[in-house]
Design a protein around this ligand. Structure first.
Ligand code: HEM
Length: 268
């Protein structure tokens, strides 16, 4: 809401106070990212290869940013690393968390779907991996294994459809030459936008029961309808600015959901 945005985030009085250090207008993610960057820099001794010197030698995004700074000192400095880290936390944290929360919410709200998913996990994953007390129990389901689980995929996609993380309009500026959008001429310079919540409730694409969480809609439709639905799914945006972290996020979800459901018994 523009008025609330102005009141809380663009309020000139708060920004003025913040400039003088009398008010903290930064998002809570800033101190979080600064803290992690500080402790990592301390651990790697500032300029050394973060992977070589860290005890766990884990390659994560922060390690990659620090290595990029080491390799391109003229291009990337500590501020750039902080900016990159912040954009990852802001763009990738809540969005994935919202989708996961919604997915578990719907599985618990509709135990029928949870049961079907558990049956699929039991049926499709090797049986020796089913019991946590078995020494061969594999805690984390890999990406390849998760790709063999069509009902899981249907649950994830149905969650994206019914509860896309971003409810904002994704805006684009029409080029100076103008553009034709949905058969309508739009002059250059105009800002147009699309909203996933509206697109995902288009009955012509999804059927009359758009308000219902029903993963089966992804499995029982003809291939052309499935292709249309996949194209219309807009939770990661589209075009040249489509989400850069889409694959990271999908990887997290497809590994976490089955691994979690096999390690824990969940119920409403
Ligand atoms: C379920 C999880 C996620 C959702 C729903 C989501 C959604 C989106 C959306 C809607 C956009 C705008 C696309 C557009 O304007 O067309 C976007 C952009 C972006 N996302 Fe994500 N995102 C997710 C996860 C992530 C993760 C995990 C990362 C990074 C680790 C990430 C990084 C970015 C970046 C950097 C952009 C800006 C791209 C650009 O402007 O060129 N996102 N995301």
């Amino acid at each position: 809401m523009p008025s609330l945005d102005y009141l809380f985030w663009r309020n000139p009085v708060l920004l003025w106070l913040s400039k003088r250090g009398w008010y903290d207008a930064t998002s809570p993610t800033v101190p979080f990212a600064v803290r992690h960057l500080g402790s990592r820099l301390k651990a790697v001794g500032g300029e050394k290869d973060s992977n070589e010197t860290r005890p766990e030698a884990r390659e994560d995004l922060l390690a990659k940013f620090l290595n990029a700074k080491r390799d391109n000192p003229g291009l990337i400095n500590d501020r750039t690393v902080l900016g990159l880290s912040l954009s990852m936390v802001n763009a990738g944290g809540d969005t994935t968390a919202i989708t996961l929360s919604a997915l578990f919410y719907y599985l618990l709200k509709f135990p029928r779907c949870l049961r079907k998913l558990l049956i699929e996990l039991d049926g499709k994953l090797p049986t020796e991996q089913l019991r946590p007390d078995d020494s061969s129990f594999k805690r984390v389901i890999g990406w390849r294994e998760a790709q063999q689980l069509p009902y899981l995929e249907a649950c994830v996609k149905e969650t994206f459809r019914i509860h896309p993380s971003l409810s904002l309009f994704l805006e684009r500026k029409v080029p100076a030459s103008g553009a034709t959008v949905a058969g309508q001429h739009v002059p250059g310079g105009v800002i147009v936008g699309c909203n996933a919540w509206a697109l995902h409730r288009n009955k012509a694409v999804w059927g009359d029961d758009v308000e219902v969480y029903r993963p089966e809609r992804w499995l029982e439709c003809e291939s052309e309808v499935a292709a249309l639905r996949n194209r219309t799914l807009f939770q990661f945006g589209a075009g040249s600015h489509t989400c850069l972290g889409k694959n990271i996020s999908l990887l997290e979800m497809y590994k976490l959901v089955p691994s979690f459901l096999r390690a824990f018994e969940v119920g409403p």
